[in-house]
Design a protein around this ligand. Sequence first.
Ligand SMILES: Nc1nc2c(ncn2[C@@H]2O[C@H](COP(=O)(O)OP(=O)(O)OP(=O)(O)O)[C@@H](O)[C@H]2O)c(=O)[nH]1
Ligand SMILES: [Mg+2]
Length: 396
Amino acid sequence: MQSTPRANRLAIAFFGRRNVGKSSLVNALTGQEVSLISEVPGSTADPVSKSMELLPLGPITVIDTAGLDDVGTLGAQKIRRAKDILNQADLSVLVCDAADPDKGLEKQWLQTMARQGARILVAENKIDQAPDPAGPDWLPFDVPRVRVSATNGQGLDLFREALVALAAQSPPEPSLIAGLFPKGALFLLVAPQDPQAPKGRLILPQVQVIRDILDHGGLVSVAGFTELDEQIRSLSRRPDLVITDAQVFSRVIDRIPADWPATAFSIIMARAKGDLEVMADGARSIDRLRPGATVLISEACTHHALKNDIAREQIPRLLEKKAGGALRFELTAGNDFPETVARCDLIISCGGCMITRGHFLSRLKKAVAAGVPMTNFGLTLAYMGGYLDRSLEAFQ
Ligand SMILES: Nc1nc2c(ncn2[C@@H]2O[C@H](COP(=O)(O)OP(=O)(O)OP(=O)(O)O)[C@@H](O)[C@H]2O)c(=O)[nH]1
Ligand SMILES: [Mg+2]
């Protein structure tokens, strides 16, 4: 059994503040002394992992981690380690102290977990000291939760069952955006329907964002650009996020208060389908384009190009102006994507709403491996328009 390859084992990682009972819960769940337990906060300094058989889950690796609320430089390193482990884990258990009313760090960490597309279980531990759930529910979004006591074993069976149920679920596609906000969050969408838009329906990124907001219990106000002032006046509170079509971003920014977080549909897509940081750097690399450079424009679907098409006309025009001379453009559409991209100086992709995250990432990986910067249309417009940093603030 111990020889089951690690990749075939279910990795279950435990996260939480110091002293909430992560190690105690790992030991209680497994019936083994995996980790040292003590009343001194910070007793688990480095991640501890152990492979074992845990019925009915089968072969697993449990990973116990150091507290997320550690302070100082070492603390920052520990948090980075914890994030690495989050990426490796199949199931992520967030342990908290049921009796502690301060759940600020837990809410933040849950957002981080959701952003990574983690399968999450919340374990409220030490219920022997907090028999009744106190106060209003603190969970920022729907997520399975169990109440347990590692010390007296209460709730452990339910905890095991919840893990089994979670393991049976396929990993979620990370939420496009709404999963990063509490339920009831208000989104103001600016979605002008220009001549490029298909007749009688919204374009897919808009549909997907609206659906994501509804799925996560959010509220949406949608209007075209010309109605923006009226739309703003109709709100009874400040929106949690303004999401606009990239092409009118600068005009939207001019009209909304400076402290309203704002981003573009395509930036949300970059975050959900690819890697926002890498692709924002890709946009910044536009500064390095010189006349004669090769730019690959990649669209994930095939459609009829209309006049002033963003991929074929708008972006090439902007880039050539910036580079100060003619560039070489290659265009691919649909499933076509070059086998090797090393000859390119830059790749600019569409948002990728028609392809899966895995598919998009395989293209991004190819670019990264070849040392070629890659970005998308919206990030390109954001950078060229001078509002890239403003549109990324919502994700910091
Ligand atoms: N009353 C009670 N005490 C608990 C429970 N679980 C853990 N403890 C106690 O809480 C303290 C911390 O437990 P640990 O398991 O070391 O906590 P940890 O989260 O691993 O802590 P660090 O490794 O320091 O981050 C110990 O004194 C445990 O005995 C519980 O369910 N009820
Ligand atoms: Mg510990």
